[in-house]
Design a protein around this ligand. Structure first.
Ligand code: ADP
Length: 162
């Protein structure tokens, strides 16, 4: 059984994240989406809210081999706990590459048997990040097409009330 984990902040989950997840779903038997619960990073949505918004998007997309959870601590420890031999990440630009290159080296050092698999961003979403969504939504802009439709209402309401 090929198990992978797609870790991230997902604050909030975007159509770009969904592209990466769609690729992972078609290649792996079981995909864990791991929402990083990082106490040091101030997030707009709680880990529970992020898990719920991803679960809604997963259900709308009819993915049947996905589990969504939040985790804290080291990613490689979480991956080992759930039996994942692969980590999934997305690459948008050179800046992502430099960051991912460094994280990959650290993860290999900590747990050499876990491989990271990268998907290039869908060109129509290569500009898209959670911070872009927060910036646009915070000014009352339309975030349709940037996040899954099922989450537009809750994301817009939160961003407008900040
Ligand atoms: P992190 O804080 O771990 O980088 P993010 O939620 O920002 O968490 O991103 C999670 C993963 O999804 C990262 O590998 C990131 O490069 C990737 N990603 C984010 N946005 C996109 C996008 N538009 N297209 C493809 N991959 C993306």
């Amino acid at each position: 059984m090929r198990i992978c984990v797609y870790p991230g902040s997902f604050d909030p989950f975007t159509e770009g994240h969904l592209d990466v997840l769609r690729n992972a779903v078609s290649l792996f038997d079981c995909v864990y989406v791991g929402v990083l619960n990082n106490a040091a990073k101030r997030a707009t949505f709680t880990p529970k809210e992020r898990v719920q918004m991803i679960e809604r998007a997963v259900s709308d997309a009819d993915f049947t081999n996905v589990k969504v959870e939040s985790f804290d601590g080291l990613l490689v420890d979480y991956a080992t706990r759930i039996g994942a031999s692969y980590i999934i990440r997305g690459l948008r630009a050179i800046t992502d590459f430099e960051y991912e290159f460094q994280i990959d080296a650290i993860n290999r050092h900590l747990q050499p048997h876990i491989q990271t698999v990268y998907f290039m961003a869908n060109p129509s979403h290569s500009f898209l990040s959670s911070s872009t969504v927060k910036e646009i939504g915070g000014y009352g802009g339309n975030i349709r097409g940037l996040v899954p439709d099922c989450n537009i209402k809750m994301i817009t309401e939160r961003l407008m009330n900040q």
